[in-house]
Write a protein that binds this ligand. Structure first.
Ligand code: NAD
Ligand code: WQD
Length: 338
């Protein structure tokens, strides 16, 4: 079995993916430019999966560097996570996002074209659905991304589908993640956004630790049981296992297969449910205040996960309690991140 090239492997999700793969006997090459991560994440992943992970510092837009890696590393598949992911920043800097995310993927594919690697797993996002109204969201729901970041994801999905349509030696899985949260149960790898966290769980962790002001609960008048927004939070370790399931499933599919698969739990939880669960399982207070709706937020978003069960033989196992416990353990052990 050849190695798995994991672009963006030093990031939040990539580090967990490499640990899951490494502990199941896969060997990984982590390729990252550390623009939004730390080499320490890779070192810690190496401790959790001894002997399984090699690290290369490079940018996915550097086709020559990619070719060098592909020439010497016995790679047989790619999990492509490298990308910029801040929705708000993508609105301010659409050209940067297009260059890094879309052109970056083109460069990666160009480098792969000259290698034998034809198995490709891509990190897409539920953000491609935009303001979907019918719940749960199935993969055939209309797409309508509401940000340049979301448009990048859809453009890349289409680029990959076109590639496999023209050259059936490719096998592609585009995985649409819902809301990844939590951390490895050891508490040694996890999510540490730079600056003030935009996402709910990292903010809750930092507010509970007294590092931030009270959590602002964005919107209390949504058409939901408690009035706060509902999302499909998925434990990052479940998500990582979903990637391994995709890598296992793809080689067994017909040539030219392109699968687009939601990775979520199929369950929605409100903001207040998350905060209350966090307080209960961790025995800490999360100071909070009620605030107006955050522009651009949808009221409710959760996945139909039947395709993942059917095609990947995968479904999430961990509960909201697990997500809150593991997120807090990481926070307590690493108050300043890496
Ligand atoms: P992250 O920022 O922690 O990880 C991304 C990694 O990619 C970082 O280590 C960064 O340094 C690296 N990177 C960025 N541009 C690069 C480039 N040009 N060359 C090499 N490396 C580069 O983010 P994450 O949360 O781990 O997300 C991973 C992927 O999953 C991203 O593509 C993101 O869009 C996607 N995704 C994330 C979420 C989420 O909520 N976290 C949801 C849906 C999809
Ligand atoms: C969740 C809920 C907020 C912060 C984003 C991206 C999406 C995907 C995942 C990449 C909402 C509420 C939040 C706070 C709050 N990323 N909230 N107070 O917006 O569902 O998705 O991350 O692909 O593209 O848009 O996640 O964690 O920001 O918000 O009340 O301080 O928590 O209003 O209801 P979101 P989130």
């Amino acid at each position: 079995m050849g190695r798995v090239l994991v672009t963006g492997g030093a990031g939040y999700i990539g580090s967990h993916v490499m640990v899951v793969l490494g502990r199941k006997g896969y060997r990984c090459v982590c390729l990252d430019n550390f623009s939004n991560s730390s080499p320490r994440a890779v070192e810690r992943a190496q401790v959790l999966a001894p002997g399984a992970i090699e690290a290369v510092e490079a940018d996915i837009r550097d086709t020559e560097a990619l070719r060098r890696v592909l020439a010497g590393a016995d790679i047989s598949s790619v999990i492509h996570l490298a990308g910029l992911k801040a929705v708000g920043e993508s609105v301010e800097k659409p050209a940067l996002y297009r260059d890094n995310n879309v052109r970056g993927t083109q460069c990666l594919l160009e480098a792969l074209a000259g290698s034998g690697v034809r198995t490709f797993v891509f990190s897409s996002s539920a953000t491609v659905y935009g303001n979907a109204t019918a719940m749960p969201i199935g993969e055939d729901a209309p797409t309508a991304p509401a940000s340049p970041y979301g448009e990048n994801k859809l453009e890349i999905e289409r680029m990959l589908a076109k590639l496999a349509g023209e050259d059936p030696s490719w096998r592609v899985a585009s995985l649409r993640y819902f809301n990844p949260v939590g951390a490895h149960e050891s508490g040694t790898i996890g999510e540490h956004p730079s600056g003030t966290p935009n996402n709910l769980m990292p903010y809750v962790c930092q507010a509970a630790a007294g590092l931030r002001g009270p959590l602002r609960v964005f919107g209390t008048d949504y058409p939901t049981p408690d009035g706060t927004g509902i999302r499909d939070y998925i434990h990052v370790m479940d998500l990582a296992e979903g990637h391994m399931a995709a890598l296992t499933a793809l080689p067994l599919t017909p040539p030219g297969t392109v699968m687009t698969v939601n990775l979520g739990t199929g369950m929605g939880h409100s903001v207040l449910e998350v905060v209350d669960t966090f307080e209960r399982v961790n025995g800490v207070k999360v100071p909070r205040e009620l605030a107006g709706r955050r522009p651009g937020d949808v009221p409710i978003c959760y996945a139909d996960c039947s395709r993942a069960r059917q095609l990947l033989r995968w479904s999430s196992r961990r509960t909201l309690e697990d997500m809150c416990r593991d997120a807090w353990r990481w926070q307590v052990l690493n108050p300043a991140g890496y």
